[in-house]
Design a protein around this ligand. Structure first.
Ligand code: B12
Ligand code: SF4
Length: 486
């Protein structure tokens, strides 16, 4: 239905806080890491003459007493209820409210009653179309993304980001999605209706990097090595830029060829690796084929020799898991010298293949989205009681980050310098919470960036040329486990 064209003068973009913000798990530093990049991306399509404000409730109190003409809200699963309340509030004040993001895409029927317009999928094609139609007085109720490209997109409005509030203001994404299809991942649902993996033009990515001040970058791409040709050209272009950076990649891409060396030479110093489980049966069940038959030990050795710290990601509660999974995983991670670990309780996000399967089996026990934060058990596990799973998860964090474990894991490296870096990074991240809180309260996070850069600065490479590319241990392809504890 056409509505009279209301001239837009004031636009507000909001990232509502996770419900977790009021829970005992809340860690201010974790949520003062990255600015709302998705919203700053969308802001680039707005008329620069409009009055635009971008608010991130994780780092500032929202001013809800204003009267914007257009309100853009990004909805994740664990901020959904808060997002809906804010949306209702602004609709009552007469604003046109647009909701988008992962959760809206998964559950449009749930989000729609709280919005004038909802968006499914990435916004680069639909948002500018919506703005044109809104200006013409004919905004639609639903926009579904179908054109998937990052070519020719306007530069992100980084000027709207309050850099001093974040430890890592230089977060960047040079691709969208991922070439893989793990059953528990948001990716297939979010990119339904178009390409599920695409990259920027290399020169555009390099131009964006050039413009970022300081040395440190954090690539938020799901899989930075997902398109090897793109990644290689990117790393070649970054050589000599004197950057240090962090990112994420899969097990197979680290072992495949010498792309990881190219990344290290460009400044890669820490990598998020989705190990997820040490059981090949569980990998198979989760369709995590890119990890199957690969030696995790080789992955760790290879990154270690390049001086790249590892943030290992692990999921507990897969159907193959029994009560021994927690100690086995933690012992393995400590023994191999994984720098930091992120543990998750398996969570069936709506829209995923995992969710559909669990629903079919009638195993989902709650639709309270606040609990879908990978810290709560929201389904009936197969080989564990729900309490065992929760307690095992809590124990894993405690056991991995106790001082004795940090020291043991740090001593697993080839050089004392690398051990020291491990110690500084891991302890700094988990052991000085009150100090981080104070720094955040004093708005001094930017003062900590040189320290982060120093910890991430290069370690001399040891025998880089002799690093084995091979990943296949005899029989590992069909081995029951991908690893064996020594
Ligand atoms: C950075 C990040 C964080 C930061 C978030 C801070 C921030 N300021 O964004 C931190 C560290 C706090 C974090 C924490 C967690 N995260 Co997180 N995180 C990410 C990550 C790596 C990048 C997000 C990003 O910047 N993407 C790039 C931008 C360009 O894309 P975008 O944000 O999606 O925005 C685009 C579209 O969504 C759309 N859009 C979004 N909103 C709107 C609104 C409108 C109106 C329109 C038109 C369009 C639109 O347009 C944008 C441009 O295309 C994603 C993975 C990913 N690749 O997206 C995971 C991800 C979002 N996180 C996830 C999870 C599970 C978590 C945690 C629960 C994990 C945990 N146990 O701690 C917590 C809780 C957070 C939560 N929100 O629930 C899941 C979310 C699953 C889900 N269904 O919601 C993801 C997808 C990771 C994954 N592979 O599973 N995370
Ligand atoms: S590799 Fe990671 S980002 Fe890609 S589909 Fe699997 S879980 Fe998702």
């Amino acid at each position: 239905m056409a509505t009279p064209a209301k001239p837009i003068k004031r636009v507000k973009l909001i990232l509502p806080a996770l419900t977790e913000a009021t829970s005992p798990y809340w860690r201010p530093i974790k949520y003062s890491l990255f600015p709302p990049l998705g919203l700053a991306t969308l802001a680039a399509y707005l008329d620069p003459d409009w009055e635009i404000s971008l608010q991130d409730e994780h780092v500032e109190r929202l001013n809800l007493d204003d009267d914007p003409d257009l309100v853009i809200i990004q909805v994740y699963i664990t901020n959904a209820y808060r997002a809906y309340r804010i949306a209702d509030h602004y609709r009552a004040r007469g604003a046109h409210v647009a909701l988008g993001g992962l959760h809206v895409t998964s559950l449009p029927d749930e989000a729609a009653p709280h919005a004038d317009t909802i968006f499914l999928g990435p916004g680069e094609d639909t948002f500018p179309k919506f703005l044109r139609e809104l200006a013409a007085g004919k905004p639609q109720r639903i926009y579904q993304s179908s054109v998937r490209t990052l070519e020719g997109i306007p530069p992100i409005r980084r000027d709207l980001i309050q850099r001093h509030r974040y430890l890592v203001p230089n977060s960047i994404v040079v691709s969208r999605g991922c070439p893989h299809h793990c059953t528990f991942c948001y990716k297939d649902a979010f990119f339904d209706g178009g390409r599920g993996f695409y990259t920027q033009v290399v020169d555009d990515a390099l131009a964006e990097i050039e413009k970022l001040p300081g040395r440190h970058l954090y690539f938020l791409d799901d899989h930075l090595f997902g398109n090897p040709r793109f990644a290689r050209a990117l790393f070649r272009g970054m050589r000599g830029m004197n950057r240090v950076f962090q990112g994420a990649a899969t097990v197979d891409s680290i072992l495949r060829d010498d792309l990881i060396e190219a990344a290290a030479a460009a400044g890669l110093r820490s990598l998020f690796v989705g190990f997820e489980t040490l059981s090949s049966n569980s990998l198979q069940a989760a369709n995590k084929c890119q990890n199957l038959g690969r030696s995790y030990r080789d992955v760790v050795r290879r990154l270690d020799r390049l001086g790249i710290m590892i943030n290992g990601s692990f999921v507990f509660g897969l159907d193959g898991d029994d009560p021994s999974v927690f100690a086995r995983t933690v012992d393995w991670a400590i023994e191999l010298g994984i720098t930091t670990a992120t543990f998750h309780i398996l969570t069936p996000y709506p829209g995923t293949a995992l969710h559909a399967e669990m629903q079919k089996q009638n195993r989902i026990v709650t639709n309270n989205w606040d609990a879908y934060d990978t810290r709560h058990v929201v389904y009936r596990p197969a080989g564990l009681h729900a309490d065992e799973l929760k307690q095992g998860y809590d124990w894993a964090y405690e056991a991995f980050y106790r001082w004795s474990s940090i020291i043991k894991a740090a001593s697993a490296h080839a050089t004392p310098k690398h051990s020291l870096k491990h110690l500084a990074y891991s302890a700094g991240w988990k052991k000085f919470e009150p100090a981080w809180d104070l720094v955040i309260r004093l708005k001094q996070l930017s003062q900590m960036r040189p320290l982060l850069e120093a910890i991430l600065s290069p370690i001399r490479l040891i025998g880089t040329n002799s690093i084995p590319v091979a990943s296949k241990e005899p029989g590992s392809l069909h081995a029951r486990r991908v690893w064996e504890p020594s």
